[in-house]
Design a binder for this molecule. Structure first.
Ligand SMILES: Nc1nc2c(c(=O)[nH]1)N[C@H]1C(S)=C(S)[C@@H](COP(=O)(O)OP(=O)(O)OC[C@H]3O[C@@H](n4cnc5c(=O)[nH]c(N)nc54)[C@H](O)[C@@H]3O)O[C@H]1N2
Ligand SMILES: Nc1nc2c(c(=O)[nH]1)N[C@H]1C(S)=C(S)[C@@H](COP(=O)(O)OP(=O)(O)OC[C@H]3O[C@@H](n4cnc5c(=O)[nH]c(N)nc54)[C@H](O)[C@@H]3O)O[C@H]1N2
Ligand SMILES: [Mo]
Length: 757
């Protein structure tokens, strides 16, 4: 008999169901210590008014779905907790002491209540007035000889209004340094899709899911990360539509799901099978799998015809012959070896694909966070183009965005590579000439911090240093900065990595009433399907000292830019004025203030849905896969590919709790998931204490010790561990060369048993 491993137990139920309702109730009452107002709000199933900070999946009816969405409820109650981290908390603990706390304990102190300034003598954060805080930021920023020594980081929870003002501030200050969470997330989409189809966004709407005849779901875990998508997948599966899943791990929600909104399933303890077939592709093997499917589509075309949409290919695309030649030159042996999947299975997927007249490909971080991320994304577009799956109902590409407004932040100008048209319109709208030279993305910003050339880091939300690769190296470099400014709701490790001066500025969250001059303001966000809608907080602010993100950005800008051409005070007095400026800079927002009055908002234009291609050639492009030159040492038999994952109880670097229910992990996160055959080959027993070491030739040793090996249903040659704990194994220099996306999901590692201790 197998020896039991502490905290590891099989989870045999479907995802969702009563388990999800119980977990929701527990999260609201105990885990998050939610305020009474938040509980009342979650119980009313009325239009909630504010956009759920949980994920970027759109709402079908614009009513609150929190009651039934476990992780949406956690995201709301995390913000609407009763817990507080007031000045007394900071007086009781030095920054050095807090650095020794876990990420979980830091955020678990609750909401920040006062603006704070770091005091080096006492090694503590002390309260400061907003005016003094802005004056300090202004003085340090004005003293910088080079604006490009300042990094303006954005995390994707910021509203369109906050992000727009932030980029105007940075550009008037003189830099395009915009490291952004999307650089770690869907940058491969933002860079890859414009070259394929002319826009870096998804092309489907929620309605397309009512008409699709097939879904291919690659590298995403919706039961945890996009829970509202489960309702959609559940409906589609019940229509009998094939849902073909590619994922190295068996994720329970993609296998079986009981919809808490389905009274019959709840009453009978029934569930619905989600995946019609489940392909446990090797970590990093998806492009090979896609090439195999496309190769098999061409085989069907040669044998019986009808597999390709010839008219579409002729009228709308370029590069078909080159793609075909590349697929013919790639042998099945190579495809099987790289994907870990058999030719028969891939041919079956191709056969189903050619039967479908409307296919959607959905995907997440399992596709983008690789050194080949951009090219991976383009292979999904290639597959869709072969059968004209753009610009018709029920078809298209569907990247699952991360943060609830990460897509919107990019739309309103958070980009380190600004286009000429946007710069001209900024100049026309505001009367200053913004810089054109390209700035830093997240990898470049962290490299500049490590090299000492960056002098100031301003963060509009997020936890940059913890979220990025090679974090220990950055931890050490942060202290040399002249200033760190963190605009945040809760305390995290990045705030404790203080520069010579440090400010911690507490802001209102999405759920809270934002009053300016006594008038409640609304902000806007853009979801994964390019729908822009208003969001208005309902709850009283966590502290009377909080300011809104737009107000904090404006406060800093006024202090740093005494002769600014921007009417900062006027803009934040009425957010309609910010939206008028957004419209002036981005014509797609025409009639912005009128159109957000409509419940549900409006959709930004998506030319591929009209079969219009804004590429250089004016056509959609087939782009053959660009593989990596693999170092033979890295592909050797003892080297495994590590993928880093989110548990069911976390939001990125925010750890809500230590369980990962659907994967059968309870009360711990220090585990590595390994295929039983790989464990046997390495002479490791399930439950053994192990060490992971990265195989990467840059002279640095990266090791993580004391983890427990868990035998798991994961593809052979692939191992999994939790993010952010495993980030010390990811090399900063190991990223997609085209998009800069770190290769968080294919790190070559060696695994060895440590003596039990
Ligand atoms: N509750 C909750 N919601 C969230 C978040 C959260 O942390 N918690 N984060 C938000 C953010 S910012 C983002 S970006 C999204 C992330 O949402 P996801 O993209 O779902 O996030 P990950 O947990 O990183 O997992 C990706 C999935 O890819 C699989 N995978 C790993 N490697 C590979 C591979 O090589 N190939 C394939 N085909 N699959 C692979 C993993 O097994 C896992 O099922 O969710 C957003 N929503
Ligand atoms: N190994 C590995 N690393 C990864 C990933 C991975 O899959 N594997 N995923 C990557 C991805 S997809 C992403 S998006 C990044 C995430 O990187 P970030 O976006 O930088 O990180 P978060 O953990 O989402 O940020 C959490 C913090 O945001 C602040 N916050 C929360 N709400 C608000 C708000 O309303 N306003 C403000 N101002 N602050 C707020 C709180 O202080 C909280 O501590 O991590 C990346 N890192
Ligand atoms: Mo993300």
């Amino acid at each position: 008999m197998k020896k039991p491993i502490p905290g590891i137990a099989r989870y045999d139920n479907p995802a969702g169901g009563w388990g999800a309702l119980r977990a929701t109730a527990k999260a609201i009452r105990t885990q998050m210590d939610a305020s009474d107002a938040a509980v009342t709000l979650l119980r009313t199933n009325k239009p909630a008014g504010f956009d759920c900070p949980g994920c970027a999946w759109p709402d079908k009816e614009h009513t609150s779905t929190f009651q039934f969405c476990e992780n949406g409820a956690k995201a709301v109650t995390w913000e609407a907790t009763k817990r507080r981290a007031p000045p007394e908390f900071f007086a009781a603990h030095t920054v050095t002491e807090l650095l020794g706390w876990s990420d979980f304990d830091l955020e678990n102190q609750g909401r920040l209540t006062h603006p704070m300034r770091y005091d080096r003598d006492s090694d503590r954060y002390l309260p400061v007035s907003w005016e003094e805080a802005f004056a300090l930021a202004g003085t340090v920023l004005q003293a910088q000889p080079d604006p490009d020594a300042v990094e303006f980081y954005t995390s994707g929870r910021a509203s369109n209004e906050a992000a727009f003002l932030y980029q105007i501030f940075a550009r008037e200050y003189g830099t395009n340094n915009f490291p952004d969470c999307s650089n770690m997330c869907h940058e491969a989409t933002s860079v890859g899709l414009p070259k394929s189809i002319g826009i870096g966004k998804g092309t489907v709407s929620l309605e397309d899911f009512d008409h699709c005849q097939m879904i291919i779901a690659m590298g995403h875990n919706p039961g945890t990360n996009h829970p509202r998508m489960m309702g959609t997948l559940h409906e589609v599966a019940r229509r009998g539509v094939p849902i073909v899943v590619f994922n190295p791990l068996r994720e329970r929600a993609l296998e079986r799901f009981a919809d808490p909104q389905d009274p019959l399933e709840m009453a009978t303890l029934g569930s619905t099978d989600i995946a019609s077939s489940y392909h446990q592709v090797k970590v990093g093997g998806d492009a090979a799998a896609l090439k195999g499917i496309m190769k098999a589509v061409l085989e069907i075309e040669a044998a019986e015809g009808g597999a390709l949409d010839h008219a579409f290919i002729a009228e709308h695309t370029n590069g078909f012959e080159a793609l075909k030649a590349d697929l013919e030159a790639t042998g099945w042996d190579a495809i099987e070896a790289a994907s870990g999947l058999g030719v028969t299975a891939l041919r079956q997927v191709a056969a189903a694909y050619v039967r479908s007249e409307a296919t959607i490909v959905t995907y997440g971080m399992g596709m983008t966070q690789h050194a080949t991320g951009t090219s991976n994304v383009q292979q999904m577009a290639n597959l869709l183009l072969l059968r004209g799956n753009f610009g018709k109902p029920g078809a298209g590409i569907c990247p699952l965005r991360g943060h609830s407004n990460v897509q919107g932040d990019r739309t309103v100008g958070i980009t380190e590579k600004p286009g000429a048209a946007m710069l001209q319109r900024i100049e026309a709208a505001f009367g200053f000439a913004p810089p054109a030279a390209h700035g830093h993305d997240a990898v470049a910003a962290v490299k500049a911090i490590v090299a000492g050339s960056a002098r100031v880091l301003i963060s509009l939300g997020g936890n940059l240093v913890v979220a990025m690769p090679d974090r220990e190296q950055t931890y050490a470099a942060m202290g040399a900065l002249d200033l760190t400014v963190s605009i945040a709701t809760k305390l995290n490790r990045s705030h404790l990595l203080v520069g010579r001066e440090a400010l911690l500025l507490p802001c209102l969250g999405r759920t809270e009433v934002d009053l300016q001059g006594g008038v409640a303001q609304s902000v806007t966000v853009e979801d994964s399907m390019s729908m822009v809608h208003a969001s208005r907080g309902k709850l009283p602010p966590a502290s009377e000292h909080l300011r809104s993100e737009p107000a904090i950005v404006a406060g800093m800008a006024m202090a740093a830019l005494p002769s600014s051409r921007v009417d900062w005070a006027g803009l934040i007095a009425d957010y309609d004025r910010i939206r008028d400026k957004i419209e002036a800079v981005f014509p797609d927002f025409a009639d912005f203030n009128t159109r957000i009055q409509v419940p549900g908002g409006f959709r930004l234009p998506l030319p591929p849905t009209e079969r219009v291609w804004n590429t250089a050639s004016g056509r959609a492009e087939f782009l053959p896969f660009r593989g990596l030159e693999e170092d033979p040492e890295v592909s050797g038999p003892a080297v495994l590919k590590l993928t880093t994952l989110r548990s069911h109880d976390q939001y990125n670097t925010t750890i809500y709790g230590l369980d990962d229910r659907y994967r059968g992990v309870f009360g711990r996160r220090d585990v590595v998931f390994v295929n039983p055959a790989d464990l046997e080959a390495l002479g490791i027993e399930p439950g053994d204490t192990v060490e992971l070491e990265t195989v990467f030739a840059d002279g640095r040793t990266r090791r993580l010790s004391g983890f427990t090996a868990v035998d798991y249903d994961i593809a052979r040659g692939s191992v999994g561990a939790y993010y952010p704990e495993a980030n010390s194994l990811v090399p900063l220099g190991f990223h997609d060369p085209e998009s800069g996306t770190p290769s968080y999901k294919s790190v070559p590692v060696r695994l060895r048993a440590l003596p039990a201790g």
